[in-house]
Ligand binder design. Structure first.
Ligand SMILES: C[S@@+](CC[C@H](N)C(=O)[O-])C[C@H]1O[C@@H](n2cnc3c(N)ncnc32)[C@H](O)[C@@H]1O
Length: 266
């Protein structure tokens, strides 16, 4: 029996088999990519294993639930592998909608010694089981917030509170905010988690806020250093996580314990 607000030192495929159908609202995760890292010498992450995991994720998600799958590809013999694309096409065969292909841009990518442009992003595939039941978009300020702009040649008057275009006017009052683009940019590194491939806490937070509500259940099958769980605690979501490597699991548990010990303001 899997309990909420716990992480398990277990293979996620076995762990997910114990989660009832349709009981998870959102998955935010980053699997091992193309075996780029060994994570303590564990077995390779084969495509067959991926397929079984994809099927389990589809089964345990509620109708309208969303899985955010954050991945990149290795370059082997001069070519990117395309594994991310193979994975996402398989997710669609499982029944997911590819709701959005988002980009996780790294503000400060580590310079590499290679003959190509610096790699500065990963994919964030937003896969939904039917249309997403929750979307709380992150908003940003518009450049010209509230300014009245002339989008044509004719000058006509516009009332102060009028935001939409007048039928016979070219004057438009610009909105104060708009929905964020589907490229999210973060500074990487800086944490002291002891894990080699941590994603930014803000990235986990942004997706959890976007695709779930307070009290919902969020799963990270590849919990690593516990980032998704920390974001869930801060944003009042329930979490479940699996991490196969005992050393990372222990560190994640410690991080979660420290977060829970923090006094809350409200
Ligand atoms: C890319 S890292 C995730 C990092 C995480 N997002 C964070 O911020 O710390 C992938 C993790 O998956 C773990 N892992 C690999 N195969 C697994 C499996 N079958 N079940 C559970 N965890 C696994 C690895 O040990 C590694 O810590």
């Amino acid at each position: 029996m899997i309990e909420l607000n716990k992480i398990y030192n277990e293979d996620c495929l076995e762990g997910m088999k114990k989660i009832p159908d349709g009981s998870v609202d959102c998955v935010v995760t980053s699997p091992p990519y193309d075996n780029l890292r060994k994570y303590g010498g564990m077995e390779s992450f084969s495509f067959d294993k991926f397929k079984d995991i994809a099927q389990q994720i589809f089964r345990i998600l509620a109708e309208g639930g969303v899985c955010v799958w954050i991945v990149g590809d290795a370059t082997i013999n001069g070519s990117e592998t395309g594994t991310s694309f193979r994975q996402v096409l398989h997710f669609m065969e499982c029944g997911f909608l590819l709701y959005d292909t988002m980009i996780y841009q790294k503000r400060n990518p580590i310079p590499q010694n290679h003959n190509r442009y610096e790699q500065c992003f990963e994919y964030m595939f937003v896969l939904s089981k039917g249309r997403p039941k929750t979307f709380n978009p992150i908003k940003v300020e518009t450049l010209n917030k509230g300014k009245i702009m002339n989008w044509g040649g004719r000058k006509t008057k516009l009332d102060d509170n009028q935001c939409r275009r007048h039928r016979d006017s070219f004057l438009i009052k610009t909105k104060y905010s708009k929905i964020h683009t589907n490229i999210f940019c973060y500074t990487i590194g800086g944490g002291n988690t002891g894990h080699p491939a941590v994603f930014p806490l803000q990235l986990a937070t942004d997706h959890i806020l976007s695709w779930s509500n307070e009290g919902d259940t969020v799963l990270d099958p590849f919990m690593g250093s516990g980032t998704t769980a920390i974001a869930c605690i801060k944003e009042k979501r329930n979490f479940i996580g699996f991490e196969l490597n005992k050393e990372y699991y222990d560190k994640a548990c410690k991080r979660i314990k420290m977060e829970l010990a923090q006094p809350t303001l409200f």
